[in-house]
Design a protein around this ligand. Structure first.
Ligand SMILES: [Zn+2]
Ligand SMILES: [Zn+2]
Ligand SMILES: [Zn+2]
Length: 156
């Protein structure tokens, strides 16, 4: 995993992203239920990281009945486990994964001002972090690489 994107890497958006997410979940042996689709669509609509509460609120309003944050949370966990969503740890929130068919240790540039989280992939960087951990005989589950600062707009 030293070189970046020597495989065929696809970033998806719009309805194409929904289809890619569904295919990835079904390929993992999980069901693509109506509720899961609603949660994914809602997540994909957010440009900034969204919490389970944000998504539950929006879904409750759209469906005209209360959707419990706990059930949204469980679905988000399932999405993260199956590479359909990514958790931005320092924001305590989630983003739809634009490359659900392709695993990377995604890197986030998180703006302290507006909360925007720019997603980038660099397997050389994340591979380096994994290598450092391995050299310390640490068994890595996943590196969390987040950079805090100001986005281009907020930096003025
Ligand atoms: Zn890729
Ligand atoms: Zn990524
Ligand atoms: Zn910003």
């Amino acid at each position: 995993m030293a070189t970046q994107h020597e495989h065929s890497h696809h970033e998806h958006s719009g309805s194409d992203l929904i289809t890619a997410a569904r295919d990835a979940l079904v390929a993992a042996g999980e069901q693509w239920t109506g509720m899961r689709e609603s949660v994914f669509e809602e997540l994909a609509r957010h440009e900034r990281p969204a919490s389970a509460y944000d998504i539950a609120d929006n879904l409750s309003a759209a469906r005209g009945k209360r959707v419990a944050p706990n059930s949204v949370y469980r679905i988000l966990d399932l999405f993260v486990a199956n590479n359909l969503a990514m958790r931005v740890e320092s924001a305590n929130a989630y983003l739809a994964n634009t490359h659900p068919g392709c695993e990377h240790d995604c890197i986030f540039l998180v703006c302290d001002e507006c909360g925007e989280a720019t997603h980038v992939d660099d397997d050389a960087v994340s591979g380096g972090v994994r290598g450092v951990a391995k050299a310390s005989r640490f068994r890595t589950r996943r590196p969390i690489i987040e950079v805090r600062g100001l986005c281009e707009t907020c930096a003025g």
